[in-house]
Each structure stands twice: as C-alpha cells, then as structure tokens.
Write a protein that binds this ligand. Structure first.
Ligand code: 5GP
Ligand code: ZN
Length: 120
C-alpha cells in the first residue's frame, strides 16, 4: 500500500517486524518512543510512506507533512509535555550526514519535559 523499503529500520518498525513502543498510528503516520531518549519525553513521528529525508520531499507531500506538524503538539501534550509557554517541546528533523541523520526514513523528533536534557 505505502512505499516500503524492506531494508529500512523504520519501515520495519511501522510494519511491526521490529517492536517499538507505539505512541500513535493512523493511515499515513506512525509515532513511537525513541529507543535512546535525549529528553524526559522523546518520540519520533514518521510518515508510513518511505521518504528518505527532507531532501527528497516533493510538493505532493505537503498535506502529509502539514498533518504531521498539526499532530505534533497534540501528541506532545498527550505524552506529558507541559503547556506552552513554560513547558513546550522541541521538533527536530535531522537531514543527511552533516545534518546529523542516522536513520534514512524521514522522522520528526519530538522532545520535551523538564530540563536538563541529554540532547541540548
Ligand atoms: P536521527 O539521528 O536519524 O535523527 O535519529 C534516529 C533516532 O532513532 C535516534 O534518536 C535513535 O535513538 C533512534 N533509533 C534508532 N534505532 C531505533 C530502534 O530500533 N528503535 C527505536 N525506537 N528508536 C531507534
Ligand atoms: Zn523506511
């Protein structure tokens, strides 16, 4: 149904071939806790479609990416991030080697909770 790369770690997590602690799922989006959290709350939001990174995003991905951005604050609150402005959260999309990307399936890091965090 979705573009799927059998060698991709996050495609395999989406399919349930590799276990994860699920945060959210719908037809287009999957979210799960990061295995090495850098903050008290740290989960990843991924499109089910295999897009390697932000560098490959196309115009027809705009609605999907928009939906993910609208979903992020809702999931952040559900996962326990404190309310804006004293609370809040950080969204990070590492892109490419120099951008710090290690897993080549587009993902949004959602991090929050009381500081200090491991990842600044
Ligand atoms: P990147 O460095 O590509 O932006 O982030 C990849 C993230 O995926 C890292 O924060 C890393 O901890 C997380 N990660 C890597 N492998 C796994 C895994 O098997 N399961 C989960 N839940 N997270 C993973
Ligand atoms: Zn993938």
């Amino acid at each position: 149904m979705h573009d799927h790369d059998p060698n991709c770690l996050f495609c395999r997590i989406i399919k349930g071939e590799i276990p994860s602690r699920k945060v959210y799922e719908d037809d287009e989006v999957f979210a799960f806790h990061d295995i090495h959290p850098g903050a008290p709350i740290h989960f990843l939001m991924v499109p089910k479609k295999h897009i390697p990174s932000m560098a490959q995003v196309q115009a027809d991905d705009a609605a999907l990416l928009g939906r993910m951005m609208v979903l992020a604050p809702r999931l952040a609150a559900e996962q326990g991030c404190n309310p804006y402005p004293d609370g809040g959260f950080r969204l990070v999309v590492n892109t490419g080697t120099e951008g710090g990307q290690e897993v080549h399936h587009l993902h949004i890091h959602v991090m929050g909770g009381p500081r200090p965090w491991l990842k600044g």
